[in-house]
Design a protein around this ligand. Structure first.
Ligand code: SF4
Ligand code: F3S
Length: 267
């Protein structure tokens, strides 16, 4: 039989809204189908797999054994550590047990979305479940963080292709985020920057400045504090991104943005 050259992937999901799975499934360049059929072999992913219950569990364990040290683990959602991990269990195991087992035996782990990267909304004060991100949950594992609420699927594809091409994860910043996606500030690539420099601001949603595309800083834009490639890669096949659509950046890819970037609006 022909050897399958696709890299096996185990996609785990814990405390999340499935927004990252959705973002991946709706990706158009390339489509999720292209990636699933040509690049990766998705061995386990709760949102898209046909199997359920014991069969699904069996598929996960078989993949872990067969591809030990060779598969990519993708993790979506935060990991609760409070009260022995009771707040998120799958097949009778806590998220913490599962993430340690699956990521501990992976060639590399990609934490998709801000919850898996940093804990994010489940970890927002007072963090009732003791939620943490993957790097904290599996110390020492090779993890790259692709934060965003949700992540940009274009950055996931680029990370997987980088891994397949070079056999290692891309270079990152001190927060474990790839530099190709998080090396520059939103503010430095924003198409409204000329208006910021000229002191032209939208003062209220729907006012003349807002309609003319002026800077959204006075409405609360966090672009000056946020490192992400949204202005250049954009979303939905490069169609648009938050600031282009008329809403300030809320800093969704920065650690604990729910606590540190609020209030989202300045007036
Ligand atoms: Fe900077 Fe935001 Fe203004 Fe763009 S809209 S120039 S990111 S403050
Ligand atoms: Fe998030 Fe700001 Fe980009 S809110 S999607 S980092 S423009």
């Amino acid at each position: 039989a022909l050897e399958d050259a696709r890299v096996p992937v185990i996609w785990l999901e814990f405390q999340s809204c499935s927004g990252d799975s959705e973002a991946f499934l709706r990706a158009n360049q390339p489509t999720a189908a292209d990636i699933i059929l040509d690049t990766i072999s998705l061995e386990y992913a709760e949102v898209v797999m046909a199997a359920a219950g014991h069969l699904a569990e069996e598929a996960k364990h078989q993949a872990m054994e067969r591809y030990k040290g060779k598969y990519i683990a993708i993790v979506e959602g935060s990991i609760p550590t409070g009260d022995g991990g009771v707040y998120c269990t799958v097949a009778g195991k806590s998220a913490l047990e599962t993430v340690r087992e699956v990521c501990g035996n992976a060639a590399a782990t990609i934490a998709v979305g801000s919850c898996a990267a940093f804990g994010n909304i489940p970890a927002a004060a007072p963090n009732p479940t003791g939620a943490i991100g993957v790097m904290e949950a599996v110390p020492g594992a090779a993890v790259v963080n692709l934060p965003g609420c949700p992540l940009n699927a274009a950055n996931l594809t680029a990370t997987i292709v980088h891994f397949l091409t070079f056999g290692k994860l891309p270079a990152t910043d001190r927060l474990g985020r790839p530099l190709f996606a998080h090396g520059k500030r939103i503010h430095d690539n924003c198409e409204r920057r000329g208006h910021f420099d000229a002191g032209q601001y939208a003062e209220a949603f729907g006012d003349e400045g807002h309609r003319k595309g002026h800077c959204l800083y006075k409405l609360g834009c966090k672009g000056p504090e946020t490192f992400h490639n949204c202005p250049t890669v954009r979303y939905n096949e490069g169609v648009s991104w938050p600031v282009m659509a008329g809403h300030g950046c809320i800093g969704c890819s920065e650690p604990q943005f729910w606590d540190t970037m609020t209030p989202f609006y300045r007036r």
